[in-house]
Design a protein around this ligand. Structure first.
Ligand code: HMG
Ligand code: MG
Length: 299
């Protein structure tokens, strides 16, 4: 059966804005996060403590995080690629961090400048230190279904990386379809394989990009399997600067529309969320690609 409640992990301010050509002023980002919280989102990925030259769009993490850290009732996870990133995040009082691994060698190299095993070795002490500091740790796994350089990704590669991140102590995992090529049968097959490998469904979230318009169908397949954490970005912002052919994430509005229709509670006020995405689209100078945002803002 479907879950009674879904926790939306909002990634617009991070996955969305990391891919914008125009740099968004820090105060606009802070206002974006505040508006997302005002729309009822309770997990809002705020930024990344990565190398500022690798992702210049998020180079203002030190300025941004304190502007939003005081929001009550909201978790603000941040990405940390290594010890240096974790130090920066903990220094500002971050309580939730995410490391980000890849199921493929090509993307580990492109995104982290490391082999897959080197990147896992970097993460191990990061996860341990974060947990010692009392932080909640998410482990992303990118390229779970397809990779722009390697093509289809074998399930066993994904399972191996998921197991490694769990064994390190990650509290939750997020399965990334970084370039948005997955279809629901693949999602079912991966979730079944993870069950069989001792990675329990309750620790899993799903992270779909909507390149081929499959993100909602894939989400539905994951819900049917019992997944109840879903990543999405307001207005469908997003992509990844280090993966060719990655476009926006599943739009949070499209997700909320579907879940509302299914009677699944999210706590999100859809009208306020749409208004937020319309406001952000004005700042970015182009309309939101979300069908639901377009439908509800043209009524
Ligand atoms: P590197 O060049 O190999 O770094 O990059 P290094 O370890 O060799 O260090 C070189 C210099 O960078 C040193 O400075 C470090 O201190 C500094 P120096 O001693 O030479 O003066 N440095 C840092 N400075 C600030 N913050 C840091 C940091 N780390 C090192 N954290 C590195 C390796 C991991 C840093 C780089 O590759 C990087 O920053 N990558 C991040 C890429 C990224 O953010 N990608 C997007 C997020 S992933 C994603 O979008 C997918 C996801 O959405 C899921 C999905 O869709 O699949 C999550
Ligand atoms: Mg992503």
């Amino acid at each position: 059966g479907l879950p009674a409640r879904v926790r939306i992990h909002e990634v617009g301010a991070r996955d969305g804005l990391q891919n914008e050509k125009a740099s968004v002023p820090t105060r606009v980002k802070a206002e974006f996060v505040r508006r997302l919280a005002g729309a009822g989102l309770t997990t809002i990925e705020a930024t990344s403590f990565v190398h500022p030259e690798w992702v210049p769009q998020l180079a203002d993490a030190e300025e941004l995080f304190p502007l939003v850290a005081g929001l009550s009732g909201v978790d603000l996870p941040v990405l940390v690629p290594n010890d240096r990133g974790l130090d920066r995040a903990l220094a500002l009082g971050a309580r939730r961090v995410a490391v980000f691994a890849s199921a493929t060698e090509s993307f580990a190299k492109a995104n982290l400048n490391r082999t897959l095993d080197e990147s896992l070795a970097v993460f191990e002490p990061v996860v341990a230190r974060a947990r010692d500091a009392g932080a909640h740790v998410r482990g992303y796994v990118s390229m779970c279904f397809g990779d722009p350089w390697e093509g289809a990704v074998p399930v066993h590669q994904v399972v191996r990386v998921c197991r490694a991140l769990r064994d390190m102590g990650c509290d939750e995992l997020s399965l990334g379809d970084t370039i948005g090529v997955a279809t629901p049968g693949q999602v079912r097959a991966l979730l079944t394989a993870l069950d069989g490998a001792g990675v329990p469904t309750p620790v899993l979230g799903v992270h779909f990009h909507d390149t081929y318009g499959q993100a909602l169908a894939n989400t539905y397949a994951a819900l049917q399997h019992g997944v109840s954490t879903v990543d999405a970005s307001a207005g469908g912002l997003g992509g990844c600067p280090y993966a060719r052919s990655a476009t926006g994430n599943l739009a949070t509005e499209d997700l909320v529309w579907m879940l509302r229709g299914l009677g699944i509670d999210t706590g999100v006020d859809l009208d306020r969320l749409v208004a937020t995405s319309v406001w952000m689209a004005e700042h970015l100078g182009r309309p939101s690609p979300s069908r639901t945002v377009r439908a509800l803002s043209h009524k």
